[in-house]
Design a protein around this ligand. Structure first.
Ligand code: ZN
Length: 86
């Protein structure tokens, strides 16, 4: 077995927040046909999409809701990628 060697490099990861950017977005997906709502800024918008989808396709009654959060890795001071500050 070949040993694996990993270099230790200083990275940090944290939730990414920008002005005007949702911290979480949601997508509703039909489990029958796979159609999806697209990314919505709140749960209610996805639920509305699902109700319309079921209205148009009465046999499509099961959904999965996906929630995305956004993260950013940034180099720490000992990392060669570090450029100071943030
Ligand atoms: Zn469907």
């Amino acid at each position: 077995m070949t040993p694996h060697v990993f270099a230790s490099v200083d990275w940090n990861i944290s939730a990414e927040r920008h002005k005007g950017m949702a911290e979480v977005d949601y997508q509703m997906q039909c489990r029958t046909c796979g159609a999806a709502s697209g990314n919505k800024p709140d749960r209610a918008s996805g639920k509305c999409w699902a109700m319309v989808h079921t209205g148009d396709n009465p046999a499509h009654r099961q959904y999965v809701q996906l929630a995305r959060t956004f993260w950013r890795a940034t180099p720490g001071p000992s990392n060669p990628e570090w450029q100071g500050g943030t």
